[in-house]
Design a protein around this ligand. Sequence first.
Ligand code: X8Z
Ligand code: ZN
Length: 581
Amino acid sequence: MAVAVSGDSPKPSELIHDAEAELLDLASESQRTDWVYSTYVNDDTEALSAAAASRLIAATMRRARELARIPLESLAPAEARKVHLLRVSLPLLAPADPAESLELTRLVAAMQAAYAKGRHRPTGAKEPLDLQGLERILGESRDPALLEDAWSGWHAVGRTIRPGFVRYVELANRGARELGFADTGAMWASRYDMAPEAFLREVDRLWGEVRPFYESLHAFVRRRLFEHYGAEIVSPSGALPAHLLGNMWAQSWDGIYPLVATGLADDGLDLTRLLVDRGTSPTDMVRFGEGFFDSLGFDKLPASFWERSMFVRPRDREVVCHASAWDIDFVGDLRIKMCIEVTGDDFHTIHHELGHNYYQRAYNRQSYLFRDSAHDGFHEAVGDAVDLSVTPEYLVRLGLLGQAPPPEGDLGLLLRRALEKVSFLPFGLLIDRWRWKVFDGSISPREYNRTWWEMRRSYQGLAPPGPRGEDEFDPGAKYHVPANVPYVRYFLAAILQFQFHRALLRAAGERGPLHRGSIYGSEAAGERLRTMLELGASREWPDALEAGTGERRMDASAMLEYFAPLRRWLDEQNRGHPTGW
Ligand code: X8Z
Ligand code: ZN
């Protein structure tokens, strides 16, 4: 506490300053224990990390209540913003009762552990496989029976998560209500500098802009899958079977690019093959990522990054393999935690994660409550925007590719990117559309799985390989659900990254088509990006967006422009064939 002159109560600025100092300490402690837990999952690390999380939540809620008593008119605008940000700074709030708070944070840690420990032994396999092994089958096999087995085998992990999830919803909502939110979903939706209802409308508006493109891609992919698998497995006019799209959650379909791109010229971007052929190691892949940011004028990563990060899955212990980026002390102890495999997918994910790290470092001179992104979609979009500059020409410069393919390769290039990014859009939206209803009570535990599949069908046009009852819990088979990570951020990022890419290309002086351009080597683009990142959360997000792009609204025009040649081509290909499901 600040020392108050006797009789006087502390000044608002002092209260805020003290709150920031206390929370910075507790947040770093929580990061540290969480890091140890995630890289060495056992009962002790689980207990330690849950206890630290509970302490951070309790202090945050106590400080938020304390600051809420300050009359708004006595606060400078930056202080008022901090008071607001403090209230929405955590993805999880907990009841004031210490036993319930600890119960909740332990539940979340335990759900994560259950997810990390998920294994399934496919018929005929010698050993049980972890998620990565099962994902490999989903990406590579074209045998429907094997695909279904790997898909169902992994989804069984949801069953072990369901009971904890029901109680977590109850306790997390109680915490959110104690701080004046309607429920946890409403709290999540309060982080976008607008009323939660306005934010939901904003998300719908964006989805409306890209939905026709998604439907057109869906129809085209469905026809190719129908040609390959036949009418017994793929209906020519209905929903797509979720296990045939090359990815465990059918959230990105680039795994089936070879099936879908028949007859198209080589796009030169079979990254997995290029990386494997050159004998690239996981560390080399991270060095390539660092090299890109270096070329934009960002400082090199600190030595501690290379010493403390986890790049590969350790053999001797259980870890949380889902990729993440960390700034343990909020001033530059940057790390990534990944189980890198030498694949194109992981090459992209490395750029994604490094985007988080460079953002974290760019805003670390802000005061504590501003050390965050403008909104969480920004955090997710930075690395992806940079990754859009991983063009064949760039791979030539790295020495991974001999020669860039001629313009005929463009359609393939765009199709591959669309299978990765456009297929993702409805998935990015539906996870939280489902969770918002779970948190506000309009979906009850008895209908978790049915409503999940209704939404999978209505948004993505997908169906499960067979009937899924309420003994299953398929949302629990996606990391962010047991781990309590809000998801609509990825939907926003899927759109924002193209806005960033377009603006950065223009800053780099590139005037050509968006899908051909790369900002590699442009310090002007780097400068523009850094200006936006350094703001952190100190300003409302439209201000940050304007600093980076000159625009104040999120919109899909850049994404649609990037894919324009592919959209025309898909429309031609789909003529006379059914779209929708
Ligand atoms: O979770 C992630 C990152 C960590 S922030 C690897 N992503 C989402 C996912 O894997 O579902 C990136 C794309 C979407
Ligand atoms: Zn991320």
